[in-house]
Structure formats: C-alpha cells, structure tokens
Write a protein that binds this ligand. Structure first.
Ligand code: NAP
Length: 321
C-alpha cells in the first residue's frame, strides 16, 4: 500500500526524513481491525516525529499520521480515535500513562490502510465529509477538551488564542466564537489575523501586542515565544490552558506573577473516545466545520509537510486516498 513513512530522524530539516512509497499492508492483531483510509490530516505531531521527539531511529521506518476517517471492514464510515491505551486503564485512555498515539508505537494513518483497536472507531456523521472528519481526532479533539473541559469559562467571557492559523488554534477560534466567547487572537501576519476574524474572532493582534482588556483564559500552544505575553494578558485569577510548546518549552516561569495574581496553568492532552464522538456530533449539529487550508493526494504529502514546517498554513492539510 502507499504510505508516508518516517525513514530517518533529522532534527533540523524534518521533512528530509520523509519517504513516500510502498509499505506492507497492516496485519491487525486480536481485537484490532483495518480501516481503509479515505482522508487523513497532518499535525505538528508528524513534524515532531520526524525530529525524533517521541520516535527513535530504532523504531523506523514508521508510517506517520494520527488522524483518519475511512471505512471499516463492515463498510461503516468511521473516524479513528488515535489514543492507544490499556483497555482496562479506565474510561479515558488519554490518562493512561502508557498510552501512545498512532505513529508513535503502531503505524499511523498516512496510508491507504491503518490497523487500529476495534474500540477506537467512532461513527462518522453523514453531515461531515471524509476530509472534515479527518481533521477531528487530534487538533480538533485537543481544542475541544481545552475549551469545553479544561478552561472553566462562563458564557460570554473573554479569551485569547495565541496563534491564528494552526490546527489547534483555528479549531479553538472557530468553536469558541461559535460558543459566544469574546475571542482575541494573535497572528504572525496580517493575512492570518484577517483569517482569524473570518473564523469568528472578535479582534486580532500582532504577537505581543497589548489587548484592550485582560482575559479570563489564554490558550497557548506556542510556548516560549508567547508565554510572557500570555501571563500579562490574564486578569487576576485567570488561567492558561496549554497543550503544546511549538517554539520551545522553557520560558521563564514568572512565578511571582503566577502566585501574586493567583493564576492557574492547566495542561491538556488529546481527549477521550467519547469526546471524539461528542465533537463529531457537535460539528454535525452546529454547522461548525474545520478550516482546511488545502487538500492534497496522499502521494503529494511532501508539499503539505513543507508548508507546515514553514508556518505557511491557515487551517488543516488533508490528504486524500
Ligand atoms: N498535547 C496534545 O495532545 C497536543 C495535541 C495537538 C497539538 N499539540 C501541540 O500543539 C502545537 C500546535 O499543534 P498544531 O498541529 O496546531 O500545529 P500547527 O498547525 O503547525 O500550528 C502552529 C501554530 O503555532 C503558532 N505560532 C505562533 N508563534 C509561533 C512560533 N514562534 N513558532 C511556531 N509556531 C508559532 C502559529 O501561529 P500563526 O497561525 O500566527 O502562524 C500556528 O497557529 C504543537 O506543538 C503540537 O505538538 C499537542
């Protein structure tokens, strides 16, 4: 089958380790099944994998990708939940300390077929296209948990999203605006700031710019480049919700600001299978849809990786099979 594989680790030029080519079909073990992938989405996670974060040279070659929508062996249209955990660890596999995402231990979704545990499939609502559904399992699920479970926002409150066009950020902007929050955004270019407003943002600013008011919650996936600004934008008692550190993970903690203003820092990772199903139903009913920057045939995946590496994207890259 055609697959996009991490063949080498390259910390500086991650896409140099990418290979597009033939790989053996998956051989699912007991309790696992094969999904025929119709669409798969790219995440920054795939860039980290190529840099050797969460993936070592000894594990290669590894098929990349943690997002897919497709058709299962019974012909049902399904979305793949990417968190592989111990089935006995409890209802929410994302809290299993031994969990992995597809492409970390088991081959991932950027392929014609992917093997997954049977229980990791959720129904694809007919209202969503395969391309839209493929955006949900990682970026959108992570944003859903950050916004609706972790942030503790009251209806109508103000929030800031650091970054405009990323997968998680565009999902946060779209869902938070649809939910009626006053959504401020920082974006690295005028085009991205305009894009954020098109997604529903109340106002968009350059990175580091002073906001017209202090917000209750900042969503920060960027890390070092934005952390100091995130702390300064919060009202006393405010919260930062973080799921990533794209620009680096060791900004000054500024503990004096954290305790004096009684701020909270909340980590968040992925979401449960039940939340993925809720998210799919929420999209189907609300009309909220993922922003898609481009759809490419799987064989042209390198173009999508290059655009993400260069920070050019506004929304998700989706590969079709
Ligand atoms: N813990 C989890 O479960 C989880 C799940 C999903 C993602 N993540 C992590 O969250 C991060 C974002 O993932 P993604 O897939 O949404 O990535 P992405 O699509 O590549 O988006 C990157 C975002 O970061 C913003 N950004 C702002 N300043 C930046 C800087 N100096 N360097 C790089 N980016 C900067 C970009 O802003 P502009 O739009 O203004 O360019 C863009 O919105 C990644 O680190 C990823 O590993 C974690």
């Amino acid at each position: 089958m055609l697959a996009i594989t991490a063949a080498r680790i390259d910390k500086d030029t991650p896409s140099a380790g990418l290979e597009v080519g033939d790989r053996p079909d998956p051989a699912p073990g007991e309790g696992w099944t094969t999904v025929h992938v119709r669409a798969a989405a790219l995440n920054h996670h795939d860039i980290w994998s190529l840099r050797g974060v969460g993936l070592s040279q000894e594990q290669l070659p590894m098929v990349l990708g943690s997002d897919a929508a497709g058709v299962d062996e019974e012909g049902r249209e399904v979305i793949v939940h990417s968190v592989i955990g111990d089935p006995n660890a409890g209802v929410d596999e994302s809290y299993d300390p031994k969990r992995s995402l597809l492409s970390e231990v088991h081959n991932g979704t950027l392929a014609e077929k992917v093997a997954v545990p049977q229980r990791n499939l959720v129904p694809k609502p007919p209202e969503l296209s395969f391309e839209e559904a493929a955006c949900l399992p990682t970026a959108w699920l992570t944003a859903y948990r950050m916004l609706f479970e972790r942030a503790g926002l009251q209806p109508g409150e103000a929030l800031l999203v650091q970054g405009a066009g990323g997968g998680v950020n565009s999902a946060l902007i779209r869902m938070a605006s649809a939910a009626g929050y006053r959504v401020y955004v920082t974006g690295r270019s005028e085009t991205k700031r305009e894009g954020a407003k098109r997604l529903g943002a109340y106002a968009a600013f350059s990175p580091g710019e002073r906001l017209p008011e202090r917000v209750s919650v900042v969503f920060d996936t960027v890390g070092e480049a934005t952390w100091a600004h995130s702390l300064r934008c919060l009202r006393p008692g405010g919260r930062i919700v973080t799921c990533g550190a794209t620009s680096g993970q060791a900004p000054p903690a500024e503990l004096n600001r954290v305790f004096f203003l009684q701020l909270s820092v909340l980590g968040s990772t992925m979401g449960s299978r039940a939340q993925l199903q809720q998210l799919a139903e929420y999209c189907a009913r609300s009309g909220v849809r993922p922003e898609i920057d481009r759809v490419l045939p799987l064989a042209h995946a390198k173009e999508g990786f290059a655009a993400m590496e260069q920070g050019e994207l506004f929304g998700k890259v989706v590969f079709t099979v």
